[in-house]
Ligand binder design. Sequence first.
Ligand SMILES: C[C@](O)(CO)[C@H](O)COP(=O)(O)O
Length: 180
Amino acid sequence: MVVVPALRRTDFERALAAAPLPHRTVVGGAERQQSVLAGLEAVAAGTRIVLVHDAARPFVPAPVVQRVIDAVRAGADAVIPVLPVVDTVRQVTGETSVVLERTSLRAVQTPQGFNLDVLLASHHAALAAGLAATDDARVCEFAGHPVTLVEGHREAFKVTEPIDLALAEALAASRTGVSR
Ligand SMILES: C[C@](O)(CO)[C@H](O)COP(=O)(O)O
């Protein structure tokens, strides 16, 4: 299931026409949570496990995906790939700031894996409560489900800033042997 903006649906469908895997598109909402919920509600009844992935993380290595799937298959309700944080991180409140204990911090990636029934029920609970979450694991946690961590990978970075494009192009060239 590929969640797309309403105004670009045709463009996405055209771009996805040659995709090697069967897929469908569904129109998302204004915020991430609404888009994920739209995707989940379009998933076939009877599906047990679902992975939620950011299209902005195109280089996620297959072993990360496998670790997430394995942990959900082993019975976890919510599984996320994470990485240690390499920068010193400060929490800012108004004019003051404090350093957070770096060894206890993890950067969260996708794909995140879930028991579909748990994730759907959690999204409905979050919607009813007005929770705004930046990822689906937070939605599950809010609904009382534990979150299992597995090892992520630096190559699963989110293409966000202009400089990320240079890295993305280099990685794409190294994987395909084709450079632009
Ligand atoms: C889910 C996520 O990738 C985890 O780091 C991140 O929260 C997504 O944020 P976005 O603002 O929806 O790209």
